[in-house]
Design a protein around this ligand. Structure first.
Ligand SMILES: [Zn+2]
Ligand SMILES: [Zn+2]
Length: 346
């Protein structure tokens, strides 16, 4: 399914490429739909290269969307260290290996920042060619639908790792989409007992409780006073919405010295600098992930992370353009929609 422009996504047949030495061809089993895909469909381009090819992928629109995917390796380049037939989850961020960030191991903020499925061809397809460094082998028998949700789980784990939370902390999560719910799960894994989740949709709040939130509220309930009563102000607040109101609410729930971890993708936010200075609040940020997949695959394999429970809708690849256009215009009340891509090996 290729993005040609806002409101214009099409199913197209393209020639099946054979892998370069450091690439692998994956038969895609499932690919999740992310809010960033819907932004591109609604009023993109935001990250999709349209005038200049992406520096690492070399891609320029039209390109295949989808960055949350799992599948089976069906062909490998000569230098790729993975066997044909291996079930894999894909960690879709590009890395150049040469910039300052890559040199520090922080490939999530590589100069060539980008994701297969936004800045290069992605997983809303029967087959996709990806750099070999992106694939993570899965234990045999792994549910490939659940494995497609490892990508947003990695976003959540990376944010929790970057934050200052520890087992004695209290936390707030504003926005309980898939990433927000998974932040609750990762906080629970980190031993955090007091996790307050905020979202207007009751079904999302219920799921957040199942994944580790200890208290859930609608954004219009008495959030700040409830959080203060429960915790005296939280140590860390995760903003997973990307909107001024959510940012303000998260900030207002912090204790003095607390940390706001910003994951939401707002273009600009207004910061109450004086209040922040006077309470020594800090804002931290988190984007993408690095070195998260192996830990998450272990949690999934060990039955500690029920990623399949986040999947509320599954659509066929043939129906993906209509489904994404509808979701982009009407929004959705579900949590995670997966596209069944039906590459031959799944
Ligand atoms: Zn995403
Ligand atoms: Zn780099």
């Amino acid at each position: 399914m290729r993005w040609h422009g806002p409101g214009d996504v099409r199913l197209e047949t393209v020639e099946l490429p054979s892998p370069a030495p450091d690439e692998v061809l994956v038969a895609v089993a499932y690919c999740g739909v992310c809010g960033s895909d819907l932004h591109e469909v609604k009023d993109g381009p935001h990250g999709i290269p349209v005038s200049r090819p992406h520096p690492i992928s070399g891609a320029v629109a039209p390109l295949t969307l989808g960055h949350e995917f799992s599948g089976t390796v069906v062909a490998v380049g000569a230098a790729a260290d993975v066997a044909v037939g291996t079930p894999v989850a894909v960690e879709p961020n590009y890395r150049c290996g040469r910039c300052v960030a890559c040199g520090e191991g922080r490939y999530e903020v590589c100069d060539g920042f980008g994701f297969a499925g936004l800045m290069g061809d992605g997983g809303l397809a029967e087959y996709v060619l990806v750099p070999a460094y992106m694939v993570h082998p899965l234990p045999d028998g792994t549910d490939l639908a659940a494995a497609a949700v490892l990508e947003p789980a990695a976003v959540a784990l990376h944010a929790v790792r970057r934050s200052t939370v520890d087992a004695g902390s209290s936390a707030l999560v504003v926005g309980l989409g898939p990433v927000g719910i998974l932040v609750c799960a990762m906080l629970r894994e980190a031993g955090v007992e007091l996790v307050v989740g905020i979202d207007p949709v009751p079904a999302r709040r219920e799921l957040a409780v199942r994944f580790g939130a200890s208290t859930v509220l609608g954004p219009d309930e008495d959030v700040v006073s409830t959080v203060r009563r429960l915790s005296g102000g939280v140590h860390v607040a995760f903003e997973v919405v990307g909107a001024q109101a959510a940012f303000d609410q998260a900030l207002a729930c912090l204790r003095p010295g607390g940390e706001l971890m910003l994951l939401g993708l707002a273009d600009r936010l207004c910061v109450p600098a004086l209040d922040m200075v006077n309470a020594e609040l800090r804002i931290s940020t988190s984007v993408g992930y690095r070195d998260c997949h192996d830990e998450l695959i272990g949690l999934l394999a060990g039955g500690r992370l029920d990623l399949g429970a986040l999947v509320t809708d599954v659509v066929a690849l043939a129906d993906a353009p209509a489904a994404l256009l509808r979701m982009a215009t009407e929004g959705g009340r579900g949590v995670k929609t997966l596209v069944r891509c039906g590459g031959e090996a799944c």
